[in-house]
Design a protein around this ligand. Structure first.
Ligand code: HEC
Length: 102
């Protein structure tokens, strides 16, 4: 690889990981502010059996489910209401945050 491409590649890779970290931080704030934490628990570990834990779920799973609850493709009265007010950015950030919960 020519040196210039190495530099370009590193800049893109570092920039992307910094963005994902920032999104995860914003997602953590949204998780608390939107009340997700009340049902799905601190750190994504639910203490109520009827509310699924989210810890261990990947970003793609979280985004897909939230997008489908928002559109109504997935039906659950509670989650349809919760997802209705989420923006695309909040859904992306929530996915990044929950994916950090290992
Ligand atoms: C009042 C309780 C409650 C609140 C608040 C709530 N949820 Fe849920 N959530 C549920 C229930 C119940 C389900 C299971 C729905 C089902 O079985 O279809 C669920 C399902 C989910 C799922 C799919 C999980 C799976 O394993 O299928 C995701 C992702 C999710 N919630 C994210 C969120 C996020 C993000 C928020 C905050 C914006 C939130 N929830 C707020 C109760 C809640």
């Amino acid at each position: 690889m020519r040196p210039i491409w190495t530099v370009v590649f590193l800049a893109i890779a570092l920039g992307a990981s910094a963005t994902a970290r920032a999104d995860a931080e914003a997602g953590k704030t949204t998780y608390a502010a939107r009340g997700c934490i009340g049902c799905h628990g601190a750190g994504g570990v639910s203490t109520v059996t009827t509310y699924p834990s989210l810890k261990g779920r990947g970003a793609a799973f979280i985004r897909k489910n939230l997008t489908d609850y928002r559109s109504g493709a997935l039906k659950n009265p509670v989650m349809n209401a919760m997802a209705a007010g989420l923006s695309d950015e909040e859904i992306r950030n929530l996915g990044d945050y929950i994916a950090t919960l290992k």
